[in-house]
Write a protein that binds this ligand. Structure first.
Ligand code: ACO
Length: 326
């Protein structure tokens, strides 16, 4: 049986307890001869602090914490979940997926569980797939999660990248509903941009070949990001028959405050309609949008009935957006 809509009924998130302010990170890097400053980081990115997971804490551990909060908020028992999708580029293992490991930790069985690898667009991709599966009648209650331990793939000798990222997880429960719900989705990729943002290392015969650390051409990423984010925002609004004026909150991928300001400016949205957590979380890749959504729900910014535009961009290159009613 087809379902009319898929609707978010609960949100949750998790940040590992170890919090590093810019000052903490600056002094840690200085001890290794790497020079940076709070001023540079704040001015270029808007980031003031990030959380790093301790050794031993994995993406599935953080996903479990976020999922349990989302289930509680939705009033749904884990046993009712028939679909788990985790957006992550920092999975626990090469295989099985972080989603199946999470399913084991939740103590449930039978429903589909898999990961989506779309880097910082991972949550947008995951939400789009879950929406489609619910509308098709293939699932009825889904956990959609972004969870990342980017601290594990950062090169702390590269000041142009190691100051930008953090760890965390965010989750939503998405349920079949007669009421909206997700109004429209839009996802894209352009595979010719592998080199501007990647972790080239891979497992081969018991060894890691290539550098297993993040490499980024920041300026190339910046230029591409502002263009595609504007494009996908307009596309998803048109698909839903809505305009910029219908948006109550823009929840963009939290990579850089300047990218978010540019997106808002192009959509003629004032910055007080943009949810911002990059200052406290840094860039948590696939976790950044659900982390920001949960923060905005729990602070009372986002209310039932509000129209939200979520949009992401990341390695691949991948990008996309979801327009929804809470
Ligand atoms: N501290 C101090 N100085 C630094 C640092 C640092 N941490 N990093 C770079 N610099 C220096 C550079 O060496 C350069 O010095 P130079 O002029 O003497 O050569 C100077 O600062 C300027 O460097 P730029 O790279 O030109 O700085 P820019 O203004 O472009 O900012 C940044 C860099 C923040 C990375 C920006 O390009 C950006 O935000 N890009 C988008 C990145 C992004 O959003 N990535 C994530 C999207 S996808 C995903 O989330 C995985």
């Amino acid at each position: 049986m087809m379902n009319k809509y898929a609707r978010i009924t609960g949100t949750g998130s998790y940040l590992p307890p170890r919090r590093l302010t810019n000052a903490d990170l600056v002094s840690q890097l200085a001890a290794q001869g790497i020079e940076t400053s709070d001023e540079w980081i704040v001015e270029r990115t808007g980031i003031r602090a990030r959380h790093f997971a301790d050794a031993g804490m994995t993406s599935s551990d953080m996903a479990l914490e976020a999922a349990q909060k989302a289930l509680q908020a939705a009033g749904v028992d884990a046993a009712e979940i028939d679909l788990i999708i985790v957006g992550t580029s920092t999975p626990d293992m090469v295989f099985p997926s972080t989603a199946t490991i999470l399913q084991g930790k939740l103590g449930t069985r039978g429903g589909a569980a898999f990961d989506v690898q779309a880097v910082c667009s991972g949550f947008i991709y995951a939400l789009t797939i879950a929406d489609a599966l619910i509308k098709a009648g293939s699932a009825s209650k889904a956990l959609v999660i972004g969870s990342e331990v980017f601290s594990r793939i950062l090169d702390f000798k590269d000041r142009t990248t190691c100051v930008l990222f953090g760890d965390g997880a965010g989750a939503v429960v998405l349920e079949a509903s007669a009421e909206p719900g997700i109004l429209a989705t839009d996802i894209h990729a352009d595979g010719k941009y592998t080199d501007i943002l990647c972790v080239p290392g891979h497992v081969n015969g018991g060894q890691i070949l290539g550098l297993p650390l993040l490499r980024m051409d920041g300026q190339a990423v910046f230029k591409l990001a502002v263009g595609v984010l504007d494009e996908t925002a307009r596309t998803v609004l048109a698909k839903a028959g809505k305009t910029e004026a219908d948006i109550d909150w823009l929840i963009p991928h939290q990579a850089n405050i300047r990218i978010m300001q540019s997106t808002a400016r192009k959509l003629k949205l004032p910055m007080d309609k943009v949810v911002i957590t990059v200052d406290q979380h840094g860039n948590t890749s696939a976790a950044s949008i659900p982390l920001a959504l949960d923060a905005a729900v729990r602070s009372g910014q986002v209310k039932p009935g509000h129209t939200l535009l979520l949009e992401g961009v990341g390695g691949g290159f991948t990008w996309g957006s979801v327009l929804l009613k809470m």
